[in-house]
Design a protein around this ligand. Structure first.
Ligand code: ADP
Length: 499
């Protein structure tokens, strides 16, 4: 019988998930499991690679059980993952030599400052499209090599493997037979030249990372290998991989130059497809690989907001202004207006386009008449203003108009936020019917590789609008709000003193 489904493994920062999709992009079954967050000291974040692996396999088995199907019904597996998180393991024993260092971990910040002071920023920017920051894998790999006893010696003998999470999962799923990374994940390491699609020996030299520990970089849609039969009861081809934000760009069918998607999760991530040429940013956005085959690579501009939905989470969990995130919608509507209150959720500084690590969160414009609804509304509005700033930066860097934005992520369910976003952007916001765009993107990549879908036209045909929000606010009001937001940001900036 024809194989009916695609399995997407979505290995995220807080949970491992598995979703089974059918040809129309509908969900047949899903399973999810949270795993431990390890905070060894302030600013450090780790995961246990074995727990990443076991939770991911467990949810995949659970999804098959829930759907009452077997491995033989699965045409292919696609993988998407938390990006930049760094795992190094022993090639002979398969044991990680250290915990996974998570993208959020700041332990290499000072080392990055030192590299910048030595004038290395430009070469990394030029070749990788990234800024020299602790966020990316490169300096995390170096930290492991320098701090785990015997690691450098083992690396010299070719006994160590480095991988981002998709590399680790593919290696484990194939019983150590396949050691690859896809172009999108490679493009987040600070070691990969996004123009030549090769590991860059100059950058490896600067970071003191030997080539012996790097996987082979491969296209995003290709059969890499098959799962060991004992894992799911039959072999399944592993046929696609992409980092989470790139997968969601793909799942949103943003295939044309100038297409933009924005994801409202804990943070906010905006990506624009810039086509076959990498666009250089003058506004602090990243240039990255959107996806790539052997012959063609598409590039993207990327901007992130560190705190988006997390602003609501903070009001809920730390301040106790509301019991659940969805309540924020009714509260914002009840407020009627922001009442002059602005919140800048710069809890960890500000990302693009400000890049100010000394900014901190503020609530401004409070009067005796301000109430909790105004504060909740200010938090939701802040999500929209920050997205506006990213979009402005993209417009400038790409040198083109943007006519609409496709949105997804948990907080995109908030109709007030979506309408306010359209009002502030002055362009339509189009919410996908299927909000699981990250897993869907991974499924599409794998499905294309095995001919489950013929081409991107099949995928474009699957994309369905959930709801569109059209701008309705008058220009003077929009300008007034944005001017106030700009002043609020200025107040938040540079608040903490340099060490
Ligand atoms: P992630 O994938 O980053 O964990 P999700 O896409 O699941 O995040 O989104 C969760 C975030 O969205 C949380 O920060 C939560 O506070 C926020 N959120 C969820 N639902 C709503 C809502 N209806 N209104 C506003 N924020 C919401």
């Amino acid at each position: 019988m024809d194989k009916q489904y695609i399995m997407a493994l979505d290995q995220g920062t807080t949970s491992s998930r598995c979703i089974l999709f059918d040809r129309s992009g509908q969900i047949l079954a899903a399973a999810s499991r949270e795993f431990s967050q390890i905070y060894p000291q302030e600013g450090w974040v780790e995961h246990d690679p074995m727990e990443i692996w076991s939770s991911q396999v467990n949810v995949a088995q659970e999804a098959l059980l829930k759907a009452r199907i077997s491995a033989t019904d699965i045409a292919a597996i696609g993988i998407t993952n938390q990006r930049e998180t760094t795992i190094v393991w022993d090639a002979n024993t398969g044991e990680p030599i250290y915990n996974a260092i998570v993208w959020q971990c700041r332990r290499t910040s000072e080392y990055c400052d030192k590299l910048k002071a030595e004038g290395h920023g430009e070469i990394f920017r030029e070749r990788t499209g990234l800024i020299l920051d602790a966020y990316f894998s490169g300096t995390k790999i170096r930290w492991i090599l320098d701090n785990v006893p015997g690691a450098r010696e083992k690396a010299r003998h070719g006994d160590l493997r480095f991988g981002t999470v998709e590399t680790w999962l593919i290696w484990k799923l194939t019983g150590g037979a396949v050691y690859v990374t896809d172009y999108t994940n490679a493009s987040r390491t600070l070691l990969f030249n996004i123009h030549t699609l090769q590991w860059d020996s100059d950058l490896m030299k600067i970071l003191d990372i030997p080539g012996t520990i790097l996987p082979q970089a491969v296209p995003c849609a290709q059969v890499y290998g098959t799962t060991k039969a004992q894992i799911f009861g039959a072999e399944i081809p592993i046929a696609g991989a992409a980092g989470d934000q790139q997968a969601s760009l793909f799942g949103q069918a943003c295939f044309s130059e100038g297409d933009v998607k924005h994801t409202y999760g804990t943070g906010g991530f905006m990506l624009m497809n810039t086509g076959l040429t990498p666009a250089k940013s003058g506004s602090g956005l990243l240039t990255t690989i959107a996806w790539g085959s052997d012959s063609r690579v598409s590039y993207a501009l990327e901007g992130s907001v560190f705190v988006a939905g997390a602003a609501i989470q903070w009001l809920r969990d730390e301040v106790g202004l509301l019991a659940s995130s969805p309540e924020s919608e009714a509260m914002a509507l009840a407020a009627g207006s922001n009442g002059g209150v602005y919140m800048v959720p710069a809890f960890v500084g500000l990302g693009a386009p400000h890049w100010d690590s000394y900014a901190r969160g503020t609530i401004l414009g409070l009067t005796r008449g301000s109430n909790k609804n105004h504060i909740v509304r200010a938090a939701l509005e802040s999500i929209a203003y920050q997205s506006y700033e990213l979009l402005q930066a993209m417009r400038a860097d790409a040198g083109r108009e943007i006519t609409s934005v496709k949105v997804d992520g948990g907080a995109a369910a908030n109709d007030f936020l979506m309408q306010f976003q359209a009002d502030i952007l002055g362009i339509p916001v189009r919410r996908a019917a299927q909000l699981e765009t990250t897993a869907l993107g991974a499924a599409y990549l794998a499905g294309l590789a095995v001919g489950y879908w013929n081409d991107i036209d099949d995928i474009t045909a699957n994309w369905q609008l959930g709801r569109a929000f059209s701008p309705a606010m008058k220009a003077p009001e929009r300008e007034r709000l944005l001017a106030n937001w700009g002043r609020a940001v200025n107040c938040a900036r540079g608040f903490v003193e340099e060490k």
